[in-house]
Design a protein around this ligand. Sequence first.
Ligand SMILES: [Zn+2]
Length: 246
Amino acid sequence: MKADPAVQLRLLDLQGADTELAQLAHRREHLPELAALAESDQQAEQLSGQVLDLQAQLDDVADDQRRLENEVETVQTRTKRDNERLTSGGLPAKELEGLQHEITTLARRQSALEDDLLEVMERRENIDSELAALTQRQQALATERADLEARRDAAFAEIDAGTTRRGAERSQIAGDLPADLLTLYDKIRANSGGVGAAMLRLRRCEGCHLELAGSELNAVRAAAPDDVVRCDNCRRILVRTGESGL
Ligand SMILES: [Zn+2]
């Protein structure tokens, strides 16, 4: 393939633009904020699970509390009724004894129920404070997330502006190149880690960093300035400049 030496030099500008575009794309994909956001999502999900679990526990405790309160009320009603019968007088001795026995039993029952009730209320308080702590962590996480999103968006905006600018430069350079040379360059670039053209500097291919020697060096030296030469080792287009050391 033949191409004017000035056109071949433009390949290095094209390569510079493509390398920067690839770096920008890589940076966009690997922003530290993206990993931090994924981590934050995971934490938020975990916290939501814990909140749901505690809310279920709270429902159970509330049921227990209602049940105990109802029982206390029943015991109190019964005690009140017994006391009324006791004070109304006129009861036979046997019935009186039975009534006093029941009042004692009811008092013990009420005391036990009230102990249980206290325990349930204590559990409820513990769950409430755990829930409050979790809510606080959720809020802190949401604040942190908003901050991460803002930083991600700022980085995206900067990267996208750079991509647009370099992309326009790339199109302009590519538009100046002959189609066959551009096709060859793009094909090599796709198969060679993003580098299609490399400068020959001090007899070294800057694509694979091997130094040209022997018959290969002689062939490059003998090539006409408008011959498109390629590295024998990496097959990239070798662009000759004043620094090639030929
Ligand atoms: Zn090479």
